[in-house]
Ligand binder design. Structure first.
Ligand code: ADP
Ligand code: MG
Length: 697
């Protein structure tokens, strides 16, 4: 491996490069524009663009693109070369400030959820200078926001940036009251990415993996993950080579890939980066997913990012570690050393507690997808019920504050907000519970319900905004208390008590996988939105529209458009899965079974002709034939249901039809086919089975 120091961020036009390549004045104006969040002046942009182009060409780039994150959840780019003709025979390499700041891709081929009907089909991309330009595949990529001409967000970056502004504004209001001079607060994220690696030759033989990213058939292999021998196990050489190259590619892009290890399931792995601002972490996670796929291909491997590639084997998620810090780098969710810091910590903690409780629905929706429905609540990932883990010690402290009792029975002293410090609690006692969807891990929260294939923009813009909302309520109350001359510490203490009392039902430190929790959560009145169709209708409730529009993260129209896209995308994914399943069942599974029955029958005839009774052959053929009959019936039922589903014009109704009719029928098709797989001769089975896929690298 080459020198890490040399390659790290070598493909990024970052602050150090800008400082070196830009005239001093230009650099200063650019930084000021970034800090103020203003539009970039065209004369400055021209100079920046030119320097960027020269730097990129030096690194071998020939093209540039505005790199954006439309609602498809993946990134989009449209490449243009730097070439500009001069005269009839010559070209020069050009890149103007205008081309840097603004692009005009045709918006009509991207999901707009109805916004297109009201607005022009054209959209534009605008450089987000808080995210550095980088070079990928000889192309200078400029991270951009993607909006319609009316200014409506058509992407995942715009609302994320708006939510960062919202949480900053409200957190600063609260911090002011504590005497802080901070002018900006940044939400930070470290997204641990899980994925599967399988052999490309086997992948290519499975239409379901190729088309849907997951297996729609597959009997349980003789060995799964029951031996627990994969987690942190030694990494196989082919995978190791892949990881080494992946790290190098990510480092070039300035992505701080830090740890890589095997995960719980066979063939499953995880990559954890070092955290950064939510915006950058989101860009980086998109790039990480893309790079994983590309590098795997170079090694004859395929990287599966689907939440549930294999039934009966743990699925993949993304642990989204989230916190907020001042721009000076002070983590606001870090318990403090002084009484004042502690009061502030507890108040920010309470804001998160209230946010998760008040907006359980939005958090649940932010991780809802057809893929993640296989995972949440399947005793391998958190349940669909949102709750939070604080650990016994922190919970005990909050309980004692609420009740005005001693948190430590030995000292009998009652904690006074603003006068006492929190007792030190060991960090690892905070991270024991792996079953909680939302766990406090000492100085940050880990949101564990996020799906492996998701863009982390949605979960983080939700977190940022709901916490902004609670902070704004807190700031309103505290500002009023201060104005009316109340004692500040007393007011903070009362607020912490009130919030905790009102929202403590959301705290659960026990086993989230247990049936008792489902019952208990119901008693507490918590939502249990088991599937995507159950969750999505909550998005555009009055409460949620009021919250998002208040903080200017979404307009009401944008919310309706996103709701429509979310429902549509669920329906489309399920429709594709159902059609792929039918295709494989009819054209591959049934013919394979017939072929085997025929072989058995021919053997039976041959055996009988020489006087052998052939009972086994006959019995087996009869059993297979009867099971094939069940499969055939289920295929018929699924075909009927799919045809029925095509009559629906409204995504809302369609998604419930899918939940209630299509999915159960798909399950019957699979059950029959999987049972057949266990009986049909290996050489007859039309595609690689689970043992080959999972253990063959
Ligand atoms: P684990 O015990 O889960 O490995 P770590 O503390 O190593 O926990 O962190 C896991 C992830 O959380 C890493 O990606 C790390 O960069 C990230 N992380 C740590 N501190 C913060 C923070 N303040 N904000 C956001 N993410 C953070
Ligand atoms: Mg972790």
């Amino acid at each position: 491996m080459s020198n890490i120091k040399e390659i790290f961020a070598s493909m990024v036009f970052n602050d150090a490069v800008m400082r070196e390549k830009l005239p001093k004045d230009t650099y200063k104006s650019l930084i000021k524009t970034i800090e103020d969040g203003k539009e970039l002046d065209i004369t400055v942009a021209n100079v920046v663009a030119n320097a960027m182009k020269d730097w990129a060409i030096e690194k071998g780039a020939t093209h540039y693109t505005h790199w954006f994150q439309p609602m498809t959840g993946i990134t989009a780019e449209k490449h243009d070369s730097f070439i500009t003709p001069v005269g009839s025979n010559d070209v020069i390499m050009e890149f103007s400030g205008k081309e840097l700041i603004k692009g005009e891709p045709d918006a009509s081929s991207f999901p707009s959820g109805g916004l297109r009907a009201t607005f022009e089909a054209r959209g534009y991309t605008a450089w987000d200078p808080t995210s550095f330009a980088f070079i990928k595949d000889n192309t200078l990529c400029i991270p951009t926001a993607f909006c319609s001409y009316g200014g409506e967000a058509l992407d995942k970056k715009t609302p994320l940036l708006r939510s960062m502004r919202a949480v900053s504004e409200q957190a600063v209001r609260v911090l002011r009251l504590f005497g802080s001079k901070t002018s900006q607060v940044v939400s930070t994220v470290g997204a641990e990415q899980e994925y599967f690696i399988i052999d490309k030759k086997l992948f290519d033989k499975r239409k379901d993996l190729i088309i849907t990213g997951r297996t729609l058939f597959g009997a349980k292999p003789p060995k799964g993950q029951e031996m627990d021998d994969h987690y942190f196990g030694s990494i196989k050489p082919r995978v190791k080579a892949f990881m080494a190259e992946l790290d190098e590619e990510l480092w070039k892009l300035g992505i701080l890939a830090k740890t890589e290890h095997n995960e719980a399931a066979p063939a499953q792995h995880e990559l954890a980066p070092i955290y950064g601002s939510t915006n950058l972490a989101t860009d980086h996670n998109q790039l990480t997913m893309e790079t994983m796929k590309n590098v795997a291909a170079r090694h004859g491997l395929v990287c599966l990012l689907h939440e549930k590639p294999f039934e009966g084997v743990n699925g993949s998620g993304k642990h989204n570690n989230w916190s907020i810090a001042t721009s000076e780098g002070v983590n606001l969710l870090e318990p403090g050393e002084t009484p004042a810091e502690n009061a502030q910590f507890l108040l920010f903690l309470c804001a998160v507690i209230a946010a998760v409780d008040d907006f359980q629905d939005l958090l649940r929706i932010s991780v809802a997808s057809a893929g993640n429905d296989h995972r949440l609540g399947a005793n391998e990932a958190p349940p669909a019920i949102m709750s939070m883990f604080l650990g016994d010690e922190l919970t005990a402290i909050l309980d004692s504050i609420e009740q005005g009792t001693a948190y430590d029975p030995h000292t009998e002293s009652v904690m006074e907000i603003g006068a006492d410090v929190l007792p030190k609690f060991a960090k690892d006692t905070t991270d024991r519970n792996r079953t909680s969807p939302f766990a406090f891990t000492g100085n940050k929260f880990e949101f564990r319900s996020v799906g492996s294939a998701h863009s982390i923009s949605g979960p983080n813009l939700t977190l940022n905004t709901i916490v902004a909302e609670e902070l704004s309520r807190i700031a309103d109350k505290l500002e009023a208390a201060v104005d009316s001359g109340e004692d500040f510490n007393k007011a903070v203490g009362k607020l912490i008590r009130d919030i905790y009392k009102q929202h403590k039902r959301i705290i659960f430190n026990g086993n989230n996988y247990s049936d008792e929790w489902i019952e208990e959560a119901k008693r507490r009145g918590l939502l249990n939105l088991r599937t995507t169709p159950d969750a999505l209708p909550y998005f555009v409730s009055e409460k949620n529209i009021a919250m998002y529009t208040k903080h200017k993260v979404f307009t009401e129209m944008e919310m309706h458009s996103r709701d429509e896209i979310h429902m549509e995308s669920y329906c489309k994914v399920m429709n594709i899965e159902a059609l792929t399943m039918l295709d494989m069942a009819k054209k591959q599974v049934v013919p394979a079974v017939m072929k085997y029955i025929r072989a058995l029958s021919e053997t039976a005839v041959a055996a009988k002709s020489i006087g052998i009774p052939a009972d086994v052959e006959c019995e087996l053929a009869a059993k297979l034939s009867s099971l094939a009959g069940e499969l055939h019936d289920s295929i018929g039922a699924l075909e009927f249901a799919v045809n029925e589903s095509h009559k629906y014009t409204d995504s809302y109704d369609l998604m419930f039809f899918i939940r209630d009719e299509i999915i159960p029928t798909m399950n019957s098709v699979r059950a029959a086919a999987d049972e057949l797989e266990t009986m049909v001769g290996e050489e007859y089975w039309p595609f690689p089975t689970y043992d080959a896929l999972l253990f063959n690298i």
